[in-house]
Design a protein around this ligand. Structure first.
Ligand code: SF4
Length: 401
């Protein structure tokens, strides 16, 4: 029997062209991020309560009891698949919990801009087949998404001459994983910061200023952006970690709209690692709101600026690696469902669960947000999927939680 098709769950690109690594080390040499993710997870681990190994059923009962007692629970982390997120929302509804992804601050940089002025975005496939100018903005996206250039600059694109493709770096010095055969040209912004550089680009593209008044590097880029046939602005919101980043994203989207009057441009805001797009997509499908959410008295509402100072229990979900546990939660009692190897520090209860795409089948939303990929299990698992563990906790809850 053929091995099931492997979908790599270790970043939002969800590459599906590599063989499952097993013990061969193939994936590890193909991608450093995949190697890191692979190294972070373990095949088996004990369920634990107060640091003592227990049967999974006992840990589920302890989790359920803690949740029933909590007055202001928060379900966080959320690094998992569609099925896990659906079960998390059902539990939140039942317990009156708030819900937030660990990467939410980064996700909101794109989300606020979208809500404010709209967005023009494209897919990996369209960008690969059409883009003749790619401009990377604000950070080396290849550190978070090591194979993105390989995915974009594939040989023999259908609608663009491969030799004509260009790559420019705006506010980025260099790429760690540059595409083969395409040189990355750093744009000299003449000392302007990213906000002013994008403002100058917009002014040049709209002919609001004489291009000679802008730094020469930006004026030249504006000219190339106006004359290309299909341009792509590429960023990862996680790299835009500074005040007002949502306003920068809004400016980038406005620049795209300006350019689309004469030629064709789109954005590809990279995301989806640690299940952040998956969690937000499921929240939007099921409630009409993006995260963060608050369930209370049978109602649900979006809560864009939450205050978690009164959280008395954190239910942390992480069956995919790469999350940063929040500093503010270090003194909060934690119940965790996670892949073995991903237990947060000091968790009072830990329930092991299978990794989607490796030990459990699951669905994950890809970085461009238009494809929800089925990631089949590759190996048998010693533990159930996170969704199953959440459903067990819910089943063990005493009413009225
Ligand atoms: S780029 Fe991302 S999805 Fe692709 S192999 Fe690396 S970690 Fe996996």
């Amino acid at each position: 029997m053929n091995a099931p098709h492997f979908v790599c769950p270790f970043c939002g690109l969800l590459c599906d062209d590599l063989p499952f690594p097993g013990t061969s080390g193939l994936l590890q040499t193909a991608c450093p991020k995949a190697a890191e993710g692979w190294a972070a997870i373990r095949a088996t681990g004990d369920a634990r309560v107060d640091g003592v190994a227990v049967a999974e059923a006992a840990a589920v009962r302890a989790a359920s009891a803690a949740l029933a007692k909590a007055r202001r629970p928060l379900i966080g982390g959320l690094a998992g698949d569609v099925q896990m997120m659906r079960a998390a929302l059902a539990l939140a509804d039942r317990c009156g919990a708030r819900v937030v992804h660990a990467n939410q601050a980064a996700a909101q940089r794109n989300l606020f801009a979208l809500q404010s002025r709209g967005a023009v975005a494209t897919t990996l496939a369209e960008a690969r087949q059409r883009a003749d100018l790619v401009v990377v903005v604000g950070g080396d996206v290849t550190r978070r998404f090591p194979r993105i250039m390989e995915r974009l600059f594939a040989p023999a694109p259908v609608f663009v001459d491969a030799a004509q493709r260009r790559l420019a770096l705006l506010g980025v010095d260099a790429l760690e994983y540059a595409p083969a055969g395409v040189s990355a040209e750093r744009v000299d912004c003449g000392g302007l910061d990213l906000f002013d550089a994008v403002g100058a680009l917009r002014a040049c593209c709209e002919d609001r200023i004489d291009a000679r008044m802008a730094p020469a590097g930006l004026a030249a880029l504006a000219e190339r952006m106006q004359s290309c046939r299909y341009g792509l602005l590429l960023w990862a919101a996680g790299d835009l970690d500074f005040a007002g980043a949502d306003l920068l994203v809004e400016q980038l989207q406005q620049l795209l709209q300006d350019l689309n009057r004469e030629t064709r441009w789109a954005a590809l805001p990279l995301a989806g690692s640690g299940g952040d797009l998956t969690a937000n997509a499921v929240a939007a499908w099921q409630t009409g709101f993006a995260l963060p959410l608050e369930f209370r008295d049978g109602e649900v509402a979006g809560d864009a600026f939450p205050d978690y100072s009164d959280v008395d229990l954190l239910l942390w979900l992480a069956v995919l690696p790469g999350l940063t546990f929040p500093d503010w939660a270090r003194d909060v009692p934690v119940v965790a469902i996670g892949a073995p190897g991903l237990a947060p520090p000091g968790a009072r209860v830990f329930i092991p669960a299978a990794v989607p795409g490796v030990e459990a089948a699951g669905h994950l939303v890809r970085t461009d947000g238009v494809v929800t990929l089925y990631a089949p299990a590759q190996t048998a698992s010693a533990h159930p999927a996170a969704a199953t563990q959440l459903e067990r906790i819910a089943a063990a809850l005493e009413p009225p939680c």
